[in-house]
Design a protein around this ligand. Sequence first.
Ligand SMILES: NC(=O)c1ccc[n+]([C@@H]2O[C@H](COP(=O)([O-])OP(=O)(O)OC[C@H]3O[C@@H](n4cnc5c(N)ncnc54)[C@H](OP(=O)(O)O)[C@@H]3O)[C@@H](O)[C@H]2O)c1
Length: 293
Amino acid sequence: MEIEIGFLGLGIMGKAMSLNLLRHGFKVTVWNRTLSKCEELVEHGASIGETPAAVVKKCKYTIAMLSNPSAALSVVFEKDGVLEQICEGKGYIDMSTVGADTSSKISEAIAEKGGQFLEAPVSGSKKPAEDGQLVILAAGEKVLYEKAIPAFGVMGKKSFYLGQVGNGAKMKLVVNMVMGSMMNAFSEGLVLADSSGLSQQTLLDVLELGAIANPMFKMKGPTMIKNSYPPAFPLKHQQKDMRLALALGDENAVSMPIAAAANEVFKKARSLGFGDQDFSAVHEAVKATNPST
Ligand SMILES: NC(=O)c1ccc[n+]([C@@H]2O[C@H](COP(=O)([O-])OP(=O)(O)OC[C@H]3O[C@@H](n4cnc5c(N)ncnc54)[C@H](OP(=O)(O)O)[C@@H]3O)[C@@H](O)[C@H]2O)c1
């Protein structure tokens, strides 16, 4: 991708990813719904597009990193959206986590205009995004995937090409369904250790040395035991992913009682006001159902 890249959505992930592109010499034009968030990127050499349509008009390839299905759809279909300028010779790569149905709607509309579409959700959070260490789960137009490899190489440590549109979205939802269930089990373990008179820090040390050691427990555990949840992956997005994964389970008649229970706890955490905190704040909902802790 030697040509200027558009980037729509400068949240936690989009900001880190577009900064990486700039640092590696890509020319980037950014847009964000709250336009003031573009200023920091301009300091690093980005240009600003006033609307998604303006960005697509200027750039051969445009990447999006938006919060949820309704944001992904509105940026494409609404006034001043991507569809107004996408055409033959241009590509649109949506890296947001959405369901396969959302991706398909976007893909079909872009194809009707002669453009190319790739979905490319990512595994990895704020830190991997900052370090260019994401895992990219791409599906859609193979030709566009090949064009995107230099940019994916800067944003991620590995990219997978998974075939037809929808496969990237589904893979991402399966991964986050497992992650959300694990986070709940981990939180219950921390509460159980504390309630039974054990040191939570010692539990972290023991877990770290055994077969279920993993980077998530290692990274989130120390802050969770301090009741601190600085947002790397906002809890409202994790709950959205549980919801979308459960819908995928419905479609395929896959029974997922553990994921369903985990989703309830994420919903409770949202209702307690933790939606904008890190998803590890599900710990507060687990604690709230065990008030002696
Ligand atoms: N954070 C992570 O660890 C992580 C990891 C993997 C995947 N993801 C996925 O990546 C996506 C972005 O996550 P994030 O953590 O960067 O989220 P975030 O910090 O909440 O940022 C969300 C972005 O979406 C924009 N947005 C929201 N609603 C919109 C709308 N209706 N129209 C236009 N723009 C809208 C926001 O614009 P404003 O600034 O104007 O609000 C912001 O740029 C999500 O799908 C998430 O599930 C996140």
